[in-house]
Design a protein around this ligand. Sequence first.
Ligand code: ADP
Length: 193
Amino acid sequence: MLRALLLAPPGAGKGTQGRRLAEIYGVPHLATGDLLRQHVAEGTALGAEAKAYMDRGELVPDKIVTSLILNRLTGGKPLRGFILDGFPRSLKQAEDSYEWGQGRRLTFQRVISLAVDRDELVRRLLERGRQSGRTDDTEETIRHRLEVYEATTAPLLDFYRQRGILAEVDGTGSVEEVTDRIRAALDPVVDAG
Ligand code: ADP
């Protein structure tokens, strides 16, 4: 069983790697961005509220995202394994999910950060915007999302480094190369439970 989190700026490859890792380790891939976009597509009240933030490149308020993801993790009975992508993204979310996990003995075993330089991130996101038409992949919103990442999400690297579970991985090169580097960091913590 594996409980891991991908923590990286927009465009670093969390979604691509998250899907591959979920397959490899046989655990669900939970991406907050996908869950939120699903709500938007279904026209729920939560989706309508979230969309305004997403289109501006702002974080959706902690309360909405935390309950969305923790409900998902708990469901009927708690998921024992998962790859999380895009959550937590603020210190408040990190603290709340740490507390949640401690109470259930389900804290994260590893946090993978993916390092990719800024020019490459912008290039990848603009390309994704052209291909997928994601409404937040425009030049101005991308710039703002990268600023939000630096200000609000990057401090989480220290939060997990202090807890001894951070693994910093080079996110450049081919998709397969990056997956191999991540596996080298995850294989040692996978357990039979
Ligand atoms: P990216 O990592 O490329 O920005 P995501 O699909 O992970 O793409 O997220 C898209 C948007 O969804 C974010 O810009 C933000 O508005 C919202 N979002 C996703 N995860 C969270 C989170 N944990 N907390 C707050 N907002 C979030």
